[in-house]
Design a binder for this molecule. Structure first.
Ligand code: SF4
Length: 421
């Protein structure tokens, strides 16, 4: 039975309501909602891991109400208002007599038995720089994405992907998120106060996300949610200026003073497909501080990504125009555009150790258990076969709960492969 879709007609059915009502809308989010509705789309309040009021979670961890301080992305929350493992799970874990947290520990590799079919523990460097070995019956790699893949490659878990033969599983299906941003600049009568905000608060539309629209005439696959998510602006990157403004000096300062409190920013956070040419492997030349090969990322945008970005920006432009700004800046990738590591392009990477039902093309099974070393589980965005339109955290959490349930209810009772290859 569907519950609490929060105004999003494209939302899937839910088994329960969201724990709290949506956060308040910033003025930017209100402008976006009005404009999106006026051009026929379906705005909804973004589900957010920031609290709209006081909350005690099922583990007994307490959270205070978010005050829209604007220092959310990239900072810890001094109000305990941003859901994260250290706020919502660690306080409960600390009550467990058998639980021990070793911070400042950097895991170098998972140690394997001689036949490479069983993990025996991990080797890590402790806070004093000493190498330590921790024996273990069960190892869970839960370092989001890059580091999961890196540790598997460094440890020899699974076969490294070879893009030439298209064989191997670890490093394949590396995908990103296909982000496009537009900024609307208003005159002095419209004040958006971009210095306030919360990491997940905002208003979005799903009219062009996933398969919510007919892709037939457009020549691409994939989709994007669009949103105004005013998370608080950063000191330099959050200062938009009209095209042609110098990058420094008095003219830049005057342009910043003119636009800063009179702009809003909207994004199309697009899906991204995996391709044979985009992959991760161990760097043959460069090593980290511990003398181990760095993880190497081989990546570029493909035709589908550029077509999709252009389509999405065209649609998003219509919403921006409906706000009647004095200027719209930003745009889509152009044909022939290449990935540019100097331009922010989300941190939402995925793949590299994907889940699947065939050990020849996936690194982990449906329970995120390594096909090759069954006492290693690998939750994280590394398990996504393709990049999502939505941001990955919700799906990472859902998959982790799914995997944890299987470990507790199946694996611990009978350690071994949960799926036969
Ligand atoms: S904006 Fe983020 S960091 Fe600031 S109070 Fe709200 S949840 Fe905490």
């Amino acid at each position: 039975m569907g519950k609490d879709k929060g105004g999003n007609p494209f939302a899937p059915d839910r088994s329960d309501n969201f724990p709290l009502p949506a956060q308040k809308r910033t003025y930017s989010a209100q402008l976006f909602a009005q404009a999106a509705e006026s051009v026929g789309y379906h705005p909804y309040d973004l589900p957010s891991a920031n609290t709209s009021g006081p909350y005690t979670n099922p583990y007994g961890a307490q959270m205070g109400p978010c005050n829209f301080c604007g220092f959310c992305s990239g900072y810890a929350c001094y109000m305990y208002s941003k859901a994260s493992p250290n706020v919502n799970i660690l306080p409960a874990l600390r009550q467990e007599p058998k639980f021990e947290l070793r911070n400042n520990a950097y895991v170098l590799r998972v140690n394997l038995s001689d036949d490479k079919k069983r993990a025996t523990g991990v080797t890590y460097v402790d806070g004093q720089g000493r190498e330590q070995i921790q024996p273990a019956d069960l190892v869970i790699l839960s370092a989001f994405q890059f580091h999961n893949v890196h540790l598997m490659l460094l440890s020899g878990i699974g076969k490294p992907y070879n893009p030439i033969t298209n064989e191997g599983t670890v490093g394949r299906n590396f995908a990103y998120q296909n982000l496009s941003t537009l900024k609307a600049l208003f005159d002095k009568n419209t004040t958006t106060n971009p210095f306030i905000g919360a990491g997940g608060a905002g208003v979005g539309i799903d009219d062009f996300n996933a398969d919510n629209f007919d892709h037939g005439p457009h020549g691409f696959v994939g989709g994007s949610p669009f949103w105004v998510n005013q998370a608080g602006t950063k000191p330099i990157s959050g200062l938009p200026v009209p095209a042609g403004t110098p990058n420094w000096g008095s003219q830049w300062k005057a342009a910043v003073a003119d636009t800063y409190t009179h702009h809003l920013s909207m994004d199309a956070h697009g899906a991204h497909q995996s391709y044979r040419a985009n992959y991760l492997d161990l760097d043959p030349n460069y090593k980290d501080a511990y003398g181990q090969p760095l993880l190497r990322m081989t990546f570029d945008w493909q035709e589908n990504d550029i077509k999709m970005a252009q389509f999405m920006v065209g649609k998003m432009h219509k919403i921006a125009e409906a706000m009647n700004p004095k200027m719209i800046i930003g745009g889509a990738k152009k044909p022939g555009s290449h990935f540019d590591s100097t331009v922010y392009q989300t941190t939402h990477i995925s793949g590299g150790a994907i889940m699947g039902d065939d050990p020849k093309t996936s690194a982990v099974n449906r329970y995120l258990q390594s096909w090759d070393v069954p006492n290693v589980f690998v939750p994280g965005a590394s398990a996504f076969p393709q990049g999502l339109g939505y941001n990955p955290t919700g799906m990472v959490a859902a998959l982790t709960y799914w995997s944890a349930k299987a470990i507790r209810e199946q694996y611990l009772k009978n350690p071994g492969p949960l799926v036969q290859a």
